[in-house]
Design a protein around this ligand. Structure first.
Ligand SMILES: Nc1ncnc2c1ncn2[C@@H]1O[C@H](COP(=O)(O)OP(=O)(O)O)[C@@H](O)[C@H]1O
Ligand SMILES: [Mg+2]
Length: 402
């Protein structure tokens, strides 16, 4: 038998064997690329495991093919707590593009690079960008704008790109810190808005959890107009079907799935990309074993559910206290728990089913804690949703409250 390996890849940021759906999102991205002037930037948001990172990865070659430059990274929390740190982040990312470009001392001086800083190199590398930042007089905003302007001027005269995309994954980690008087998020938004107004084609593409966009708006209300928000959802049934069968529709693939099996996987996963990869990888292995033993195979739903519970849900559940679990169980009883629910709805349901019900302020406070634990999230209208897909089914299986 030829050596066909299990193609499915559950795991954060792992390129799927076949990227299903997402035509609409790609079209939106291409539309933003075609802007004469950057009026709209992109926020790509959605629950963990829905496919933001891998979609962002596919945007990159499309943008480059279209003549754009691309910089960016995964934003770790530590990189983004202060204004200077976000500036260092941008200098680091830009320097990958600019470091090969040699500039004369006079050019650098004309760009505002003060002459009392000794120029040790004539390439626009990280250190030079950082020196420009540090030596530009004024506020952090003036400094950052100078860096971006300089980099753009040099890059645009070198090979005439359409613009630069700044792509930041996990951007919900960006945070203004009022107590410390550090506003890195506001700084980023102000700098891009101001430069875009001057006609500079520098575009932001931010991806992150559903807390991202509310955070942007909270920092700067103009974010409402500055971003096109694309909310990634689970895949439609036909797209899920493609994600399941396309990776194995090869003659050399020993595993064949019946229409029934595909349907079962679509239902179990509810179209969530991470679950599709997870379940398919298990199904593939299970089928291989059966084939080896010459048996007929079907999807082992109970076993897979069990494995999902221990591998995916149990860790999150373990973090919750008894009382939080009780609250989560109440939420899982709500018909609209998959969509969004209000504090009031939780309070009412708890009165109906619990001896010791929850008060409104208690629910508020507990949902706040559960948000920081990444189990629920609050949207801009003050309503909540589960932050983990299919959580309500897992909770129901625990049978705590009925
Ligand atoms: N459109 C898709 N079709 C098939 N699998 C996908 C798709 N999008 C994501 N996946 C898979 O889902 C999992 C989670 O994707 P990821 O991009 O890490 O999600 P997120 O960044 O939203 O948390 C990965 O295993 C990935 O291969
Ligand atoms: Mg991701």
């Amino acid at each position: 038998m030829p050596d066909f390996k299990n193609p499915f890849r559950p795991g954060a940021g792992h390129t799927p064997p076949y990227l299903a759906g997402r035509q609409y999102e790609c079209k939106e991205f291409l539309r933003l690329l075609s802007q004469e002037r950057i009026l709209e930037n992109l926020v790509l948001t959605g629950l963990r495991g829905v496919g933001k990172t891998v979609l962002l990865e596919t945007f990159k070659p499309q943008a480059i093919n279209d003549g754009w430059l691309w910089v960016g990274t995964d934003l770790s929390e530590s990189a983004t707590v202060s204004e200077d740190k976000i500036a260092v982040r941008l200098c680091t990312d830009l320097s990958i593009l600019t470091s090969g470009i040699v500039v004369s001392t006079s050019v650098v001086q004309k760009m505002g690079f003060s002459s009392d800083v000794e120029l040790t190199e004539h390439t626009l590398g990280y250190q030079t960008l950082l020196d420009i930042y540090n030596s530009t007089p004024g506020l952090a905003l003036d400094k950052l704008k100078k860096v971006l302007e300089t980099a753009w001027r040099v890059l645009s005269s070198a090979n005439h790109p359409k613009g630069i995309i700044f792509a930041y994954d996990e951007a919900q980690n960006l945070s203004d810190q009022a107590q410390k008087e550090e506003y890195p998020l506001a700084l980023l938004l102000d700098a891009f808005q101001s430069l875009q107004r001057q006609g500079m084609p520098l575009m932001l593409v931010l991806t992150g959890l559903p807390t991202l966009f509310p955070k942007l708006v909270e920092s700067r209300t103009f974010s409402e107009r500055m971003f096109r928000v694309v909310f990634l959802k689970s895949l439609k049934p036909n797209e899920s079907g493609e994600a399941i069968h396309k990776p194995i529709e090869y003659d050399s693939c020993p595993v064949k799935l019946s229409e029934d099996s595909v349907q079962t996987i679509i239902e179990m996963s509810a179209g969530y990309p991470y679950f599709i990869q997870f379940i398919c990888r298990e199904v593939y292995d299970a089928f291989m074993q059966k084939i080896d033993r010459g048996e007929r195979a079907s999807v082992p739903t109970k076993e897979i559910e069990q494995k999902l519970d221990t591998d995916f849900f149990a860790g999150r559940w373990a973090q919750a206290t008894d009382r939080q679990r009780e609250l989560l169980s109440i939420i899982a009883l709500l018909e609209n728990c998959n969509n969004e629910f209000s504090v009031q709805e939780v309070v009412e349901r708890s009165k109906a089913v619990l001896e010791k019900s929850f008060s409104s302020s208690h629910v508020h406070q507990m949902l706040g804690t559960l948000s920081t634990q990444g189990l629920v999230f609050k949207n801009r209208h003050g309503k909540y949703s589960f932050a983990v897909p299919l959580m309500e089914k897992f909770i129901a299986r625990q049978g705590l409250v009925t």
